[in-house]
Design a protein around this ligand. Structure first.
Ligand SMILES: [Zn+2]
Length: 284
């Protein structure tokens, strides 16, 4: 393999007007312990007015939500990941319900779904965890965020048979082709586009994201994973959405700043966030 040197462009040189949203990242993890405050400050300066932090279970949520006490621009998602399906017990479901009742910053149930790539958890337990958490979302009237890896057909079937066509639902980390866009959009759902849309080999993905209706389109990092070019292989962070939106705009033949705002508005509508830009202490 040839050693190419990649120019690591500073995301702040491509900063966009405040109004963007990173709909999905994991800033509560150890990867961000050394510099979480700087990462959030950079997100703001890059043009993100809100950031959605995904907690992977109620234990993590209750132990770590304090990390964002001084950051009203961070909203929360909470769900048991399919790879941890065996932890979706009656007790943890009760803890999740308590969390949603107690914390207004929690805006959606997710990421939940099916993952047959890692197969860390027996499939029947993954199905059970997904169904139980869909019931919780229905009971609480909350949007759902889906994680799906190598289980597209099975996830679609489970959601459709559970009556979730037409429900506010976001397909997180979209990485498939045009057929999946049609099926997701046909069910009335939203699509969130991550960093791999910038990868040279992903022409099919760029073809697919060009088909997503404008009002169903969101942006995400899934940080610390899946950094876009030119940071591919490094730790991802919310500010890097400025690279992702450029690739997305190019694939769709749209203006970058307009699309940035549009994806942000879609996220605010989907998660029921304030339209007004938060006045956090970040720049103080
Ligand atoms: Zn995630």
């Amino acid at each position: 393999m040839s050693k190419k040197s990649v120019e690591r462009v500073d995301p702040l040189t491509l900063a966009l007007p405040l109004g963007g949203v990173d709909s999905h990242c994991h800033l509560d993890g150890e990867e961000f312990a050394p510099d979480r405050e700087e990462v959030l400050a950079r997100a703001r300066r890059a043009g993100l007015s809100q950031v959605g932090n995904v907690f992977l279970g109620p234990t993590e949520f209750f132990a770590r939500r304090h990390l964002f006490a001084g950051h009203p621009e961070v909203f929360f998602l909470l769900g048991i990941h399919p790879c941890d399906g065996q932890t979706c017990t009656p007790d943890s479901l009760a803890a999740m319900r308590a969390a949603f009742v107690d914390e207004p910053r929690l805006r959606a149930v997710g990421e939940i779904g099916l993952d047959f790539h890692w197969d860390d958890c027996p499939r029947e337990l993954q199905y059970q965890a997904l169904r139980d958490q869909l019931s919780l979302a229905r009971e609480l009237g909350l949007p759902v965020v889906i994680h799906c890896r190598e289980a597209e057909e099975e996830t679609l079937m489970t959601l459709e048979s559970a009556g979730f066509a037409g429900w506010p639902l976001l397909w997180h980390c979209f990485g498939q082709g045009p057929d999946m866009v049609r099926r997701i959009v046909g069910n009335g759902w939203h699509v969130s586009v991550p960093g791999p849309v910038t990868y040279r080999g992903n022409a099919v993905l760029r073809e697919a994201v060009a088909l997503i209706p404008r009002d169903r389109l969101l942006l995400e990092t899934d940080a610390p994973y899946l950094a876009p070019v030119p940071w591919r292989g490094k730790r991802n962070e919310p500010a890097f959405t400025v690279f992702t939106v450029r690739a997305l705009a190019e694939a769709r033949g749209e203006d970058v700043a307009t699309l940035w705002r549009c994806c942000g508005d879609n996220a605010r509508r989907f998660f029921g966030l304030q339209t007004a830009l938060s006045t956090s202490s970040l720049e103080a």
